[in-house]
Design a protein around this ligand. Structure first.
Ligand SMILES: [Zn+2]
Ligand SMILES: [Zn+2]
Length: 185
């Protein structure tokens, strides 16, 4: 599956956005504007102007919608959710070859709010995955007490754990055991 660089970045962003939601012992990382500013900074979301309470509310709403897309059991359920998301974001496809990249498409409208920017670009990235018949790559970590969202870009779609420190280690141990078993057998 060939994934353009912006789509890959958008997939990372949408996963990180979903994982700001409170889960188990983990607090809501978008509880206040400071959290939103940190998120925007960490993901280099540019041109979103001065962030306010409206932005915080809108981004939290978009986060919920993305979470619904991720838990959609099949494309027929994911598709209308994505359609609604990208329509609400005022998606405006623009061909660009900025920063030396090959021509590719940006989806957010110029001057879009941070919520619309996320809705457009991350919504289209998920659309890309669903259209490619790869929705099963949108996963949640199976480690107990984790449940973080991630996109499995492994060749054989076999990833079960997110790459957080604890879960990632678990993954390496499992792979190591499998290799040893193979070598022994
Ligand atoms: Zn780009
Ligand atoms: Zn995990």
């Amino acid at each position: 599956m060939l994934i353009p660089h912006d789509t890959r970045i958008a997939l990372d962003t949408v996963v990180d956005l979903m994982n700001t939601a409170p889960q188990g012992d983990r607090p809501d990382e978008l509880a206040d504007l400071e959290g939103l500013r940190a998120f925007v900074h960490a993901h280099k979301i540019s041109d979103v102007g001065r962030l306010g309470a409206d932005d915080l509310r809108a981004v939290r709403e978009v986060r919920e919608k993305f979470t619904a897309v991720f838990s959609a059991p099949e494309p027929r359920i994911a598709a209308p959710l994505i359609n609604q998301l990208v329509a609400a974001a005022g998606t405006t496809p623009q061909l660009t070859d900025h920063d030396g990249y090959d021509l590719h498409v940006h989806y957010f409208a110029p001057g879009a709010s941070v919520a619309d920017h996320l809705g457009a670009d991350c919504g289209m990235a998920l659309a890309f995955i669903v259209v490619a018949g790869e929705q099963e790559r949108l996963r949640r970590c199976e480690a107990p007490d984790c449940g973080r969202a991630f996109v499995d870009l492994s060749r054989n779609r076999s990833r079960r754990y997110c790459d957080s420190r604890t879960c990632g280690n678990r993954l390496h141990v499992a792979a190591y055991r499998a290799r040893r078993k193979e070598a022994a057998g």
